[in-house]
Design a protein around this ligand. Structure first.
Ligand code: SF4
Length: 350
């Protein structure tokens, strides 16, 4: 084939290829592609009620709490951070006047141990009418005829004994008085005194004999062990005397804060705290003076507002009042002078 013929064939082939491509020609308005703008219109946002948002946040927090193990997933970590941010944002005080809500008063308490004779006040918030309530308590207790007045722990020591022995007997009577009526404690102390209630004599007494002497005080078996252990410590570390600080007293077997503060008052004549037993705890809560779950919480709350010069009196007043009027079961609210001031008494039908 000649070169000219080859060239002709190539040109024919290229022409065929070009003619097979179709180029659309737009001639009319109808054929123009139309753009649907509606799809770009912003859709109205769905606003969830704040309660639902809070529930969602709570649920998220709960989920995190349940899975206490730290997640290794980056996504999970990011979600946690977002949740925290949301929470922080929600807790920020709103600057808008319309959404501003009244903040709940939060009482800040300091767990400050009382060590001196003039401790600092922790809080100034006092319950309403507390002075009137106290005056009524004094009025109802004016005869001083409750068991605590004649057979309380401060009435159990032998006044004729040496100061060290008086202090030791004061401590023992407090140890026996836990979960025990004053009458039973007082009778047990009289038997111990007759037996010889000194550090050396109690150490020389067998556990069995000591048990027989103190029965029927509550938990007498445990108390025998505590008394023996504590008496050994007094002999070895305190030259047979009673420690002179709340801290050292609390280190003794079977001695807690309540007992330590009462011992400081009875044995050493120092007021270091309010002795809160079951009566003081119960009545303080009924009167609305405190809102606490344990006697120790009650002690701290009372010491937060009650003037220091009343700390000694209030224990004695309330213990006797609890023995005679504000009984654990069926308190005699109808005859109580505080009935109209006491939240518990107000509920009792007249
Ligand atoms: S009104 Fe009743 S509960 Fe209140 S202090 Fe008096 S006896 Fe106790």
């Amino acid at each position: 084939m000649s070169r000219a013929k080859v060239f002709k064939l190539i040109m024919q082939s290229q022409r065929k290829t070009r003619s097979s491509k179709v180029i659309p020609v737009v001639n009319s308005e109808e054929s123009k592609p139309t753009l649907d703008l509606s799809q770009f219109k912003s859709k109205p946002k769905k606003t969830l009620p704040s309660s639902v948002i809070k529930q969602q946040i709570k649920k998220e927090e709960g989920d995190i709490d349940i899975e206490s193990k730290p997640s290794t997933s980056k996504t999970a970590k990011a979600e946690q951070v977002v949740t925290k941010k949301e929470k922080i944002i929600e807790n920020k005080p709103s600057t808008s006047k319309t959404t501003k809500t009244k903040r709940e008063h939060i009482k800040v308490e300091y767990d400050e141990e009382v060590t001196g004779t003039s401790p600092k006040k922790i809080s100034k918030s006092m319950p309403n009418n507390w002075e009137k309530v106290l005056e009524n308590l004094r009025q109802m207790r004016k005869n001083f005829d409750a068991p605590v007045d004649t057979m309380g722990c401060d009435k159990c020591s032998d006044d004729a004994a040496s100061p060290e022995v008086i202090r030791y007997q004061a401590l023992l009577s407090l140890m026996l008085s836990s979960q025990t009526k004053d009458q039973v404690t007082h009778a047990a102390m009289l038997r111990l005194r007759e037996h010889g209630c000194t550090v050396d004599n109690i150490l020389a007494t067998s556990d069995e004999d000591l048990g027989k002497l103190i029965i029927p005080v509550g938990f007498w078996k445990s108390k025998v062990k505590y008394i023996k252990k504590t008496t050994e410590i007094l002999k070895q570390q305190y030259n047979g005397d009673v420690p002179r600080t709340v801290e050292d007293l609390c280190k003794l077997s079977g001695v807690g804060p309540k007992m330590a503060h009462l011992c400081m008052k009875t044995a050493w004549g120092q007021i270091t705290g309010i002795g809160v037993d079951t009566h003081v705890h119960r009545i303080s809560n009924r009167l609305g003076w405190v809102n606490s779950k344990t006697p120790e919480e009650t002690r701290k709350a009372l010491e937060g507002w009650l003037p220091f010069d009343l700390w000694s009196e209030v224990n004695h007043l309330l213990v006797g009042f609890g023995q005679q009027v504000c009984l654990p079961i069926k308190p005699q609210c109808l005859s109580c002078l505080n009935r109209d001031l006491c939240p518990y008494g107000k509920k009792i039908k007249k």
